[in-house]
Design a protein around this ligand. Structure first.
Ligand code: 13P
Ligand code: SF4
Length: 352
């Protein structure tokens, strides 16, 4: 068993894009796209998928649109129509620079809101408005206002997995890829050692281990995917798959992270596989991630326990196609809220 120190929290610069080198256009020919997804899509399924892919590529040109895809998207989205892929930090950063009139978010609602905050003049489309997030649901703007009354003068750092209303009540945002850096920055900037870090209790507890000099006050929000992993799961994986390297997302409970060899954002985990090339690896996170990372590392054996995020799964190729055909559902944010929420996101992005 490894001690807690072995599982260091995110490399700050780990917001890498798995396909950062992939040009926005032109799209690859269909046979090359099929080669990328052949392990997940049967030849019988491919013609239907290919029809949607072709239609989406045509619509992207007509609408001058790009598709941003989170690392948890299904392989047939991630490896075909997504122009830019990455963790939530990378998607937020890319949303600022993207050269298009329309952004389609192949991810969940808070990611689309973040893209809209950073691109108020662009149309940001969400293929399915019901693609939410248990963390974003766990806290409201009123909760933050109450916490501010209870902890006067204590800065509020909220995870990017929150609504625009919650961001508007926050001083800074953070993601799993930069949380340690953000709380250190805020502590210095505000001259305080107490920070409200909301709403992910486990992320706050995992970050707390990295910053013992600070006092992070947490909330009881949890990710419904990562909270299901247990330390016993990791011990069983090690026993059944000798030599397996365990990478965990910091939304997992701290006891799970303590059993892992490395903890980091989805991009941090992908970087780890790319840089360390473990012979056998398991990603303790949403299971589409392993499908996507494995495409680029055919020599690495991926052990695949499977916890799926039901919200990410709402995004499908037909939903993306419909979204571009009908230009729905456009994400709108009340300008009074957007201005304040944008500040919290921009303050985060300014920290390098
Ligand atoms: P990342 O920022 O690591 O991509 O995580 C987003 C998320 O929703 C994890 O559950
Ligand atoms: Fe939210 Fe968890 Fe799904 Fe990520 S995996 S979108 S944190 S519910």
């Amino acid at each position: 068993m490894l001690d807690a120190d072995a599982a260091t929290l995110p490399r700050d610069e780990s917001a890498a894009r798995l396909h950062a080198e992939r040009p926005l256009a032109p799209a690859l020919p269909l046979p090359q796209l099929y080669a990328r997804v052949a392990r997940h899509v049967t030849p019988a399924e491919w013609p239907l998928i290919a029809r949607d892919v072709e239609a989406i590529e045509r619509l992207k040109k007509e609408r001058n649109a790009v598709v941003l895809g989170h690392n948890y998207q299904a392989p047939e989205i991630f490896n075909t129509v997504a122009d830019i892929v990455g963790d939530s930090l990378a998607l937020a950063r890319e949303a600022v620079t993207v050269d298009a009139d329309v952004i389609v978010m192949a991810g969940v609602h808070f990611m689309a809101e973040t893209a809209k905050l950073l691109n108020p003049s662009k149309t940001v489309l969400m293929p399915d408005m019901k693609a939410g997030c248990s963390l974003a649901e766990s806290i409201t703007a009123a909760d933050i206002r109450l916490l501010r009354e209870r902890f006067p003068g204590v800065p509020v750092v909220t995870y990017v997995n929150t609504s625009a209303e919650v961001k508007a009540e926050s001083d800074y945002c953070c993601t799993s890829g930069n949380a340690v850096k953000v709380v250190r920055h805020v502590a210095k900037e505000w001259g305080t050692n107490r920070i409200l870090m909301l709403p992910d209790e486990f992320l706050a507890q995992n970050v707390q281990k990295e910053v013992p000099e600070l006092e992070l006050i947490a909330w009881k929000g949890h990710c419904e995917v990562h909270e299901r992993f247990t330390p016993q799961d990791i011990r069983d994986l090690r026993e059944n798959h000798p030599g397996v390297v365990v990478l965990a997302h910091p939304e997992c409970p701290p006891e799970v992270v303590a059993e892992a060899d490395y903890a980091g954002s989805t991009a941090g985990m992908a970087d780890y596989v790319r840089d360390e090339k473990p012979a056998r690896v398991v990603l303790i996170t949403e299971c589409s991630m392993a499908d996507n990372v494995s495409v680029q590392h055919p020599d690495v054996e991926f052990v695949r326990p499977c916890n799926l995020c039901p919200h990410m799964r709402r995004i499908t190729l037909p939903a993306i196609r419909r979204s571009l055909e009908t230009m729905t559902h456009a994400v709108e944010i009340d300008p009074a809220i957007a201005d304040r929420a944008r500040l919290a996101v921009e303050r985060m992005l300014a920290i390098r």
